[in-house]
Design a protein around this ligand. Structure first.
Ligand SMILES: Nc1ncnc2c1ncn2[C@@H]1O[C@H](COP(=O)(O)OP(=O)(O)OP(=O)(O)O)[C@@H](O)[C@H]1O
Ligand SMILES: [Mg+2]
Length: 252
């Protein structure tokens, strides 16, 4: 079990995350939804140590990481357990798809070259890119680049994968191939914490949903609970604005 506890983050006087706590079970696909500017990206960035929260901890089973107080060793230990898929892919432009996936296996996990190559080829094959191993990012479509980024995250066998709107930088016709890839890795039992505004996708893939507004968790529950029977008015309004209409269909 992974737990986030009392996560709080301010930018100056602006409280962006206010005492956020939730649990993640192995194999969960948790979608964080909510209006723009509500702290969704900041939440992932704090957990991935790209921002420094004032308060908050992340624990994996018995191992607790107090985020504001992490030393070098704690930072290294935590970052090895997680991986992030960015909206804008963040691939190395001067490396091929294969080299992008091999990079952290060689440098962080100290795998030998043959083993790293074997893992990278397997992961790239899984995301449908077996024929693109030697392509540079600029010769790949956005959807293909994002699939390389997903293969790179998977290759490290992280216990938790973060994704921040992984399809929002893509042309509409490329969104589905990436959503299908995410669906596939969710089915494989990977644990995902993702921010998405693709409500139909969230409905189909997420096991749990967190509705965040104004830096606070307004409501959380199973996807079914949140989409079919939201309790909070603000959740209801947000879902309605996104064309999700909960509740049974009444026939008169
Ligand atoms: N580096 C920063 N410096 C100052 N303020 C920031 C910084 N990053 C984010 N913020 C502020 O924190 C708040 C939350 O931003 P965040 O990007 O987490 O929202 P979000 O929910 O991801 O929004 P969106 O759905 O538009 O991506 C916003 O008010 C934003 O302006
Ligand atoms: Mg965001």
């Amino acid at each position: 079990m992974i737990s986030v506890r009392h996560l709080s983050k301010k930018f100056g006087e602006n409280v962006v995350l206010d005492d956020v706590s939730f649990d993640i079970e192995k194999g969960d696909v948790i979608a964080i939804i909510g209006p723009s500017g509500t702290g969704k990206s900041t939440l992932l960035r704090c957990l991935d140590l790209l921002e420094h929260p004032e308060e908050g901890s992340l624990s994996f089973d018995e191992e607790n990481y107090d985020l504001p107080k992490l030393d070098k060793k704690g930072t290294r230990s935590l970052t090895r357990r997680t991986a992030m898929v960015f909206q804008s892919f963040n691939l190395f432009e001067r490396k091929t798809a294969l080299q992008n996936v091999m990079e952290a296996l060689l440098l962080v996990q100290k795998k030998d070259k043959e083993k790293a190559r074997e893992i990278a080829v397997a992961r790239l094959t899984e995301v449908g890119l077996a024929d693109k191993l030697d392509y540079y990012p600029k010769h790949l479509s956005g959807g293909q680049q994002q699939r390389v980024a997903i293969a790179r995250a998977l290759a490290l066998q992280p216990e938790l994968i973060y994704m921040d709107e992984p399809t929002s930088a893509l042309d509409p016709e490329l969104v589905n191939e990436v959503l299908d890839t995410i669906k596939l890795i969710a089915k494989q039992g990977n644990t995902l914490l993702l921010v998405s505004h693709e409500m139909q996708f969230v409905k189909n893939v997420a096991t749990k949903v967190i509705f965040l507004e104004g830096g606070k968790i307004i409501e959380k529950g199973t996807t079914e609970q949140i989409f079919e029977d939201p309790k909070n008015e603000r959740t209801k309004q947000f879902l309605a604005r996104n064309n999700i209409h909960p509740g049974p269909e009444y026939t008169i």
